[in-house]
Design a protein around this ligand. Structure first.
Ligand code: HEC
Length: 117
């Protein structure tokens, strides 16, 4: 019985390790996935430069106090990114789950916040 408990404990430690390893793998995969989502849905308005309405609008809003290109911001947090994506703002449309799924949005938020929680 004692040895069975021991092996059970060993198995649960192994499961916990496997799970945290998996989470770490998922986290590192999120950034390239998030970049892909950004390029597909956001770059048309938020790429760096004066040809992009989102970048131009944010330049006017912050007047140089914050970078105008979203990918250069360091103050964004995942909740904020998710809010704007699901609700839109002025000319920015909101995006449905059939366009950007919850997991794509999580990856996008991780990408724009450099993995901040
Ligand atoms: C049709 C153009 C357009 C698209 C596509 C677009 N945006 Fe925007 N976005 C804007 C504009 C314009 C603003 C600024 C609105 C304003 O004046 O406050 C904005 C604002 C934002 C803000 C708020 C930033 C701030 O500091 O106020 C976030 C975050 C944002 N967009 C994220 C995204 C993400 C992520 C995507 C892709 C899923 C995206 N946007 C797609 C046009 C767009």
């Amino acid at each position: 019985m004692k040895s069975m408990l021991k092996s059970l404990a060993a198995v649960s430690v192994w499961v916990a390790m496997a799970q945290s390893g998996w989470a770490a793998i998922q986290d590192t995969n999120q950034l390239p996935q998030g970049k892909h989502v950004f390029q597909q849905w956001c770059a048309a308005c938020h790429a760096p430069g004066h040809a992009y309405p989102g970048t131009v609008a944010l330049e006017a809003k912050y007047k140089g106090a914050l970078p105008d290109a979203l990918e250069e911001r360091t103050d964004l947090n995942p909740q904020m990114v998710k809010y704007f994506v699901r609700h839109g703002v002025t000319i920015m449309p909101f995006f449905r789950k059939t366009e950007i799924s919850d997991s794509d949005l999580a990856a996008l938020a991780a990408y724009l916040t450099k993995g901040k929680k």
